[in-house]
Ligand binder design. Sequence first.
Ligand code: SAM
Length: 239
Amino acid sequence: MNNSSSQSGVLYLVATPIGNLEDITYRAVKVLNSVDLIAAEDTRKTKILLEHYKIDKPMVSYYSYNEKSRAPQLIDKLSAGRSIALVSDAGTPGISDPAFHIVKQALENSIPIIPIPGPTAFISALIVSGLPTDRFIFEGFLPVKKGRKTKLELLKSESRTMIIYESPHRIKRTLADVNEFFGNRSVVVARELTKKFEEIVRGPVQFVLAEMQKKEPRGEYVIVIEGASSNSISEENEE
Ligand code: SAM
């Protein structure tokens, strides 16, 4: 562990829009304008945001395939007193997006980390879902193959509202699995939040699945799933 001096720079984790470019805080814009370097998951996408807000800063890529090798390079810059803003493709860094390695290494090197809060898709989906928001769990993406069945079995008796991320290619399959493993529970499918084709479909999963069959799924999806009722959990235990 390198005990950085008080001159080390700050690592800012900056939340950016999940679609609508106006969903960014004044503070996020100010921080992006003030740092020495922006580490971005997708530099082309972040360039659009920076141009929109007339922010002219050097950028470097930081994404899942290079984060292990990139993190130490960024730590060196931070240790030398440079400040860095980490942004992901969309929403909050670290939420189903890279950030973990650099956060861990920054902590090991006593580098201050400051969160700049803002949008994250799952919270937006949850608050409009109409399902209980007092207790919930966020599962990110479900495993695609290995461990998927085990995870679904585990979640079957979860009583809190569940939130998962899904791609257009797998949305129907995942809803079909929810129906198979959990039964015809209430779900909410939130598509393209904050964007032109924003759409929210609520209802029992069989109904939502039937709606999804009407057109080819496109865009980005969040699925919010009703938790198991105490009745269904005790029925399961009796089986
Ligand atoms: N860091 C992001 C966040 O804070 O929400 C999540 C990044 S993750 C790689 C991308 C997934 O988030 C998408 O596949 C989708 O499930 C969800 N997502 C992101 N933007 C969305 C939007 N505008 N509407 C619905 N879902 C969205």
